[in-house]
Write a protein that binds this ligand. Structure first.
Ligand SMILES: CC(C)(COP(=O)(O)OP(=O)(O)OC[C@H]1O[C@@H](n2cnc3c(N)ncnc32)[C@H](O)[C@@H]1OP(=O)(O)O)[C@@H](O)C(=O)NCCC(=O)NCCS
Length: 231
């Protein structure tokens, strides 16, 4: 399987490479040619400089309550999962971390980031990362007022599961979603003020069908489809 946007991205940026950073024993279980793009396996135990660069990149893009402790990076990102990296030489362009869940076929996506916004690199890191896990569904937590909704919805509509557990540092602004990769897109049925997101997440948790659909967000509003998702 190929993704024309991913293929075009690497053609447009011939110096960029894809890499999978993580625990070496996991590499045999990863797809290291996701969407036809070769991914360099990079063993975290042997790559302290690259791990440190990733940690710095994460710190540059996530601060305050979302700051990533070193032990979480090691124990919960690198050991069970893998970080999909778009690299320019050894410089990190964009990254996305996948962590397997106990639900078959579902990967948890964490810490989407780009250090070169506006070129599509974050989408590529995430799309290739999900393919590395051969996942049909990606679960994640994001914020109602985040520009990342535009990147996330490029993979498919986000089914809103409900509010994030309260211990999350940004729970009040956040929601849990699941995205079935390559699902067909629907047009928005309404545009919502992000401030109304928590009420909408509560409705979803109560059983209502709520989706964040492409383009995700525009003009400070969130693109929603409430009710059945059109096939
Ligand atoms: C969220 C974040 C990763 C998004 O970065 P980004 O560069 O806007 O996202 P993408 O890589 O998907 O690129 C998409 C943008 O590049 C543009 N672009 C240019 N060429 C492109 C291409 N070939 N393919 C796709 N997009 C392209 C798109 O037009 C798009 O901009 P738009 O949404 O205004 O239309 C970045 O803002 C970030 O690091 N934020 C801080 C961390 C954060 O909050 N992460 C989210 C956690 S849930």
């Amino acid at each position: 399987m190929r993704d024309p946007a991913v293929t075009a991205f690497f053609a447009e940026h011939p110096r960029f490479r894809l890499a999978a950073l993580g625990h070496a024993a996991n590499f045999a279980s990863l797809e290291l040619s996701p969407l036809g793009i070769p991914a360099q396996p990079r063993d975290a135990a042997r790559e302290p400089a690259l791990v440190a660069r990733y940690h710095q990149a994460n710190a540059a893009r996530f601060g305050g309550p979302l700051a990533l402790p070193g032990w979480v990076l090691v124990d919960l990102y690198l050991m069970p999962g893998a970080i999909s990296l778009v690299l320019d030489g050894e410089e990190i362009v964009a990254a996305w971390c996948g962590v397997p869940t106990v639900t078959p076929g579902v990967v948890m996506g964490v810490s989407l980031l780009s250090l070169r916004e506006g070129i599509g690199a974050a989408y590529v890191a995430k799309r290739c990362g999900v393919a590395m896990f051969r996942a049909a569904v990606q679960r994640g937590i994001t914020q109602w007022d985040s520009a990342s909704l535009r990147s996330h919805t490029r993979l498919g509509p986000l089914r809103v599961v409900g509010p994030a557990p309260a211990a999350h540092g940004e729970a009040a602004r956040s929601f849990v979603y699941e995205c079935a990769i390559s699902a067909s897109q629907s047009a928005p049925s309404r545009w919502m003020d992000p401030a109304d997101g928590p009420a909408m997440a509560a409705r979803a948790a109560g059983g209502e069908s709520v989706w964040v659909v492409a383009p995700g967000a525009a003009g400070g509003r969130v693109a929603l489809r409430v009710g059945a998702q059109r096939e």
